[in-house]
Design a protein around this ligand. Structure first.
Ligand code: ATP
Ligand code: MG
Length: 366
């Protein structure tokens, strides 16, 4: 098997610091498990603008399109706040997502035993939580036409957005959901508003057909989005994979993130269309941003990015065993009492970004 092509884009701010810790893990995989990657590194965001005059150079984009997976840190910072709109660091991120055709956004919400207290909910509600929210990312209400604000003949105005999905768009996000469920607990809950919105009636019908035709081994249930929001807070552990429309997913995934209570711990993945071998374009990144307030101080939490890399191993490289090892090492390090500032608890040891990264590698070594 040829080495997997991995493009690393540290980006700006703490992105650079947290990515350096992933490098340690990559080194460890090479030394201890003889796993070599075809690695390259590039610039994105403000750091790319400083060198190339654009937040995403064509050659970097070409590298991303040729890679088996892209691992990204974060972009942005006050230094680049006053650039023209199309030069802003965030444009680089939006462009790479669009050009890679990433229509599926995976946001796991996992509560680590050692961090149960970080949640605003009661321990018995969140302890052991491990769910996956899958958000459709390129369609739905955020992209449907017609849209805009128009002035009517009588001078009054109206704003319009439109919820649109084609059967093909529903089926391709549905396939990702069922494939994910096969790697987890074989349960998918499709979230819609089929009692009110026709577009989501079609969504539900297509999910039902897809399950019957291609994924009869996976259990499919349906829930209205208002109830889903309520259930996420009331009893989140009833879910495994939740799949939903763009806007609904935006809201539900942030809600689920807060069940865990720690931004510095949350990984994400965005996937594109499958090629003839079933391989998907993929970009992995922490949910948090470049955190300019703490950049350059070696205090950022690297675990969200380390866990994003574990997702990359699991979903793009079929290295389930190594993904499990990394996730277990993270859990053990937390159990041992090490904390970066963002997840600090009384009685625990406050450590730097570097020390946290080293601790994960030391744990892997055991
Ligand atoms: P963006 O617009 O890129 O999403 P943001 O302004 O919403 O960025 P983040 O950069 O995600 O914010 O972070 C918000 C705050 O949370 C930061 O200012 C920082 O203090 C804290 N934070 C975020 N990520 C981490 C981390 N990995 N480790 C420690 N603290 C973090
Ligand atoms: Mg933000």
């Amino acid at each position: 098997m040829s080495a997997k092509k991995l493009l690393i884009l540290p980006g700006d701010g703490i992105g650079v610091e947290v990515m350096a810790q992933v490098r340690r893990i990559i080194d460890w995989l090479g030394k201890r498990r003889k796993i070599e990657f075809d690695l390259s590194e590039g610039l994105i965001g403000g750091s790319a603008y400083d060198v190339h005059g654009t937040p995403l150079a064509d050659e970097t984009l070409a590298d991303a399109l040729a890679a088996d997976a892209v691992l990204l840190g974060a972009v942005g910072g006050p230094k680049w706040d006053n650039l023209p709109f199309d030069k802003k660091p965030e444009r680089g991120l939006l462009k790479i997502r669009k050009e890679m055709g990433l229509f599926a956004n995976l946001r796991p919400a996992t509560v680590f035993d050692a961090l149960v207290d970080a949640s605003t909910l009661k321990p018995e509600i969140v302890a052991g939580l491990d769910i996956m929210i899958l958000r459709e990312l390129t369609g739905g209400l955020y992209f449907g036409q017609p849209r805009g604000i128009e002035t009517l003949p009588d001078g009054s105005r109206r704003g319009v957005n439109t919820l649109v999905y084609t059967t093909e768009e529903v089926r391709r996000i549905g396939r990702v959901a069922f494939e994910l469920a096969r790697k987890r607990n074989k349960r998918v809950c499709s979230v819609d508003k089929a009692n009110v919105l026709e577009c989501t009636v079609l969504w539900r019908e297509e999910m039902v057909k897809l399950q019957r035709e291609e994924f009869p081994d996976v259990e499919l249930s349906h829930m209205y989005v208002d109830n889903a929001a309520m259930q996420l807070v009331r009893n989140p552990k009833q879910f495994d994979v939740m799949v939903t429309e763009n806007t609904f997913g935006d809201i539900l995934s942030d809600c689920a993130a807060m069940l865990t209570g720690s931004l510095g711990m949350l990984p994400s993945a965005s996937l594109g269309a499958a090629d003839e071998n079933g391989r998907r374009r993929a970009l992995y990144e922490p949910v948090h941003g470049s955190a300019p307030d703490i950049a350059g101080k070696d205090i950022a939490n690297p675990l969200a990015t380390i866990l994003s890399f574990a997702m990359c191993l699991r979903y793009s490289f079929d290295m389930e065993a190594e993904a499990d090892l990394i996730e277990t090492a993270v859990k053990t390090v937390l159990k041992g009492g090490l904390r970066t500032g963002d997840i600090m608890q009384p009685g625990k040891a406050k450590v730097s970004t570097t020390v946290m990264g080293e601790a994960v590698v030391r744990e892997l070594d055991k």
